[in-house]
Design a protein around this ligand. Structure first.
Ligand code: NAD
Length: 287
């Protein structure tokens, strides 16, 4: 990297652990350099214990802002001065903006997913989606889809101990957004077939399909997938999960989680700099 760091250079950062595998520094530093913005983006190994001090340093060091990943997305909510509407409904943030010391928490994961659908020319607005998984990624996407104007969302999660809590959370999101959202047991394959038959998009937002579950898929009956429907995965390692491969073989339009990763970063970048991320420059380096 050409060294152009000066006394004016500003800092943006990622606070997470583990962190050394992250592609976010490459994404944001390439964008800063391409647009000639005098800033750098660094990854800091920060867990729950160091998070409060790390967030305070955004104010003290007059940083542009920060990104958060596991395990900090929920805890950081408590340290914000304000939350975006999506962040409030999700209850977790991945981006912090700093306006003269006022820290606002945003969640751009759902924005990233919704924008990634444009790459496969799919618009679920006014239509129905089926989402497998109501964890962090699934909730962020559900909230953003509802805020953007998706009419109906069927969510399937395994019936684990948090299921009643999930039901309450989903009911709150449905009430606040006016979107019809229902939560079902992932084991209810009949209901799943009914919902998928009406859906424009079927999304895997579980961790099933990546290590250590890389040979598994979140559904077993792939005949419910129609040709030309959109089938997406939040996972990007591997680039094609078993779920996406089966969907592609049935003629579905498929999309892995790389687009979501790229565009959640682009949304954060745009909030920090007011400029559009140069996507064409960045896409090739993460693919
Ligand atoms: P999480 O722990 O909050 O949620 C995990 C979800 O997967 C839950 O719904 C859980 O019930 C479900 N699940 C886990 N194991 C399962 C199994 N064996 N069978 C059925 N369901 C199972 O995690 P998260 O933060 O939501 O992450 C989920 C996935 O999304 C991960 O693979 C993560 O890497 C990916 N992700 C991708 C992006 C991106 O930008 N592409 C962003 C965030 C997360």
């Amino acid at each position: 990297m050409e060294n152009k760091i000066t006394g004016h250079t500003r800092l943006a950062a990622l606070f997470a652990t583990p962190i050394r595998h992250s592609v976010s520094p490459m994404i944001h530093n390439t964008a800063f350099q391409t647009l000639g913005i005098d800033a750098v983006y660094l990854a800091f190994e920060v867990g729950n214990g160091g998070l409060r001090a790390a967030v305070e340093s955004i104010r003290n060091l007059e940083m542009m802002g920060a990104n958060l990943s596991m395990p900090n997305k929920i805890q950081a909510v408590d340290y914000m001065d304000e939350l975006s509407e999506a962040a409030r409904l999700i209850g977790a943030i991945n981006t912090i903006t700093n306006e003269n010391g006022k820290l606002t928490g945003h969640n751009t994961d759902g924005i990233g997913f919704m924008r990634s659908l444009e790459d496969i020319e799919v618009t679920p607005l006014g239509k129905k989606m089926t989402i497998l998984g109501a964890g962090g990624a699934g909730t962020a996407i559900t909230v953003q889809a509802a805020l953007d104007g998706v009419e109906e969302i069927a969510i399937f999660n395994r019936k684990e101990q948090f299921f009643p809590k999930l039901q309450e959370k989903i009911a709150r999101i449905a009430k606040s957004t006016g979107c019809k959202i229902k939560l079902h047991d992932l084991a209810d394959t009949e209901q799943l077939a009914l919902d998928v038959a009406e859906s424009e998009v079927l999304l895997n937002a579980t961790g099933v399909g990546m290590k250590p579950l890389e040979n598994q898929a979140p559904i077993q009956n792939f005949s419910i997938i129609r040709p030309n429907m959109a089938v997406c995965d939040v996972i990007y390692t591997p680039r094609e999960t078993k779920f996406l491969k089966e969907a592609r073989l049935r003629g579905a339009k498929t999309n892995n989680g790389l687009g979501m990763l790229l565009y959640q970063g682009a949304a954060a970048f745009e909030k920090w700099t007011g400029q559009e991320m140069p996507i064409d420059k960045i896409k090739p380096i993460i693919e």
